[in-house]
Design a protein around this ligand. Structure first.
Ligand SMILES: Cc1cc2nc3c(=O)[nH]c(=O)nc-3n(C[C@H](O)[C@H](O)[C@H](O)COP(=O)(O)OP(=O)(O)OC[C@H]3O[C@@H](n4cnc5c(N)ncnc54)[C@H](O)[C@@H]3O)c2cc1C
Length: 436
């Protein structure tokens, strides 16, 4: 058996696939716009300076330095030709193989909310998290210089979406403002800080159990988080957010955790797409009509055991990537490809210090509080790529827990750090087009 495979995306799905293929007589080309793998579940910790970039991003060439059959290419894929199993990179280079695996992940979905694409801060990449951290530091430094800016919403953080990402971000920012900021900025009026979570639904942690909803709600409220449920975001400006009930909040930091859709390059590939613009795949993870094209992870509607689509989770991406590799090898050997069999290990979400929820295994054995907190840390340390990262994460968490200091609180995105306090722009792309 031998063949060649192009894998688009070095996230959980792409790495799962490439790792499995690396042990076989297959030429793998792994292409990503970044030269690193990013661990999305810890992005909110990067945004709140709990961990540093090197703790959650690992160079792809380092990941595969021992796998001679895996070639890592850094480049932006701008076009996918599924019929030819070919992709085109910005600059014109093309890459093709006997098989194509689409593992390009997701991007934020702003659902056409005016101003959101321009002014909100999404949390899907290392770059997003660095921008967020720089903005947070810009706000704190501004209030440190001029406390009156609190009246302009300088200490108001609005988080759109009360799912796992929104809850984790809310817990982390609330804790940072309450416990960490007073050490670094003595005298800052943190008692006037607000973390507001907005969601159209009526529970936090949708997808988890009712007990988890109640636990997370109580815990967030105990940390002073203002939950606005049953209401959406009508508009985001550079200095405010307007809710669908007419409420307007002054803020310079709107974090978008309000939904996602498939990566942009997927939309134009002429593939069958369904919910969230994700590629619909058959049970064996191939794309209908393209026998040698697979789609996995967040870029695909990955079918579960009962045919329903599985949620966008690291475990689904990783397992579907590995399964695609198994089927690719079966295809090269002329053997039958098997339907994807997801091994459900459960779901978990961190809320704050000693507070998390975990629903373990397919039967969802539920734990809350310090035990779930410890389980969350253990599971996420294990999932990190590379021994150095695992060790570094555990040391960083231990340091953070004990010292309440954030050595990673650095400004590296000056554009996000700088705030024009006299501006309140609401211009959206739609407005721009209308004016053209
Ligand atoms: C903030 C956050 C927290 C999360 N927390 C958890 C959690 O606690 N537990 C959990 O199970 N899941 C969590 N998830 C979900 C989980 O991270 C995703 O389901 C998983 O990363 C999907 O893996 P993937 O490989 O499909 O996509 P990704 O990990 O997004 O990887 C896609 C890759 O494709 C690359 N790419 C995209 N487009 C192009 C292009 N045009 N050209 C070149 N490269 C491209 C990207 O750079 C990226 O490296 C979280 C997600 C987020 C955003």
């Amino acid at each position: 058996m031998s063949g060649s495979v192009v894998v688009v995306g070095g996230g959980f799905g792409g790495l799962g696939c490439a790792h499995r293929l690396a042990h076989h007589d297959v030429e793998v080309t792994l292409v990503d716009r970044n030269d690193y793998h990013q661990f999305q579940p810890l992005l909110y910790q990067l945004a709140t300076a709990q961990v540093g970039v090197a703790d959650i991003a690992r160079p792809l060439r380092g990941v595969f330095h021992k796998a001679k059959s895996v070639r890592v290419v850094t480049g932006e894929v701008v076009a996918i030709d599924p019929a030819q199993h070919r992709v085109e990179l910005a600059g014109g280079t093309t890459l093709d193989g006997d098989v194509l695996v689409i593992a390009a992940g997701a991007q934020p979905n702003f659902f056409g909310t005016p101003g959101a694409a321009e002014h909100a801060f999404p949390l899907y990449s290392v770059e997003d998290a660095e921008r967020l951290r720089s903005r947070m530091l810009g706000l704190l430094d501004s209030v440190d210089r001029d406390p009156a800016l609190v009246d302009k919403g300088a200490l108001t953080i609005v988080i759109v979406g009360a799912g796992a990402t929104g809850v984790e971000a809310a817990g982390a920012f609330a804790e940072t403002l309450k416990d960490i900021v007073p050490h670094a900025y003595p005298g800052l009026p943190v008692d006037r800080a607000q973390v507001v979570v907005v969601d159209r639904g009526d529970v936090v942690l949708n997808g988890f159990s009712e007990r988890a909803h109640d636990y997370a709600t109580r815990r967030l409220q105990a940390d002073g988080v203002d939950l606005r449920l049953g209401v959406g975001v009508a508009e985001v400006g550079s200095a405010h957010v307007e809710l669908t009930d007419g409420t307007e909040l002054a803020t310079h930091l709107v974090i978008w955790a309000g939904g996602e859709k498939a990566a942009g390059v997927v939309a134009d590939a002429g593939l069958p797409t369904g919910r969230g613009g994700r590629v619909d795949v058959d049970a064996d993870l191939t794309v209908p009509g393209f026998v040698d094209v697979y789609a996995v992870g967040d870029a695909a509607n990955v079918p579960g055991p009962d045919g329903t689509v599985l949620p966008q989770l690291g475990s689904v991406a990783q397992q579907s990537g590995r399964w695609a590799a198994k089927n690719i090898l079966a295809g090269f050997d002329g053997e039958e490809r098997k339907p994807f069999d997801y091994h459900d290990k459960g779901i978990m979400a961190m809320i704050g210090r000693n507070a998390a929820v975990a629903e373990l295994g397919a039967d969802r054995h539920e734990i809350h509080g310090p035990l779930a907190f410890a389980a969350w840390l253990g599971v996420h340390a294990t999932l990190l790529e590379g021994s150095r990262q695992k060790l570094a994460a555990l040391m960083t968490w231990g340091w953070d827990y004990a010292s309440k200091k954030r050595p990673h609180a650095l400004v590296d995105r000056p554009d996000a750090y700088a705030i024009d306090w006299d501006d309140d722009d609401t211009t959206s792309a739609a407005d721009n087009q209308a004016g053209d």
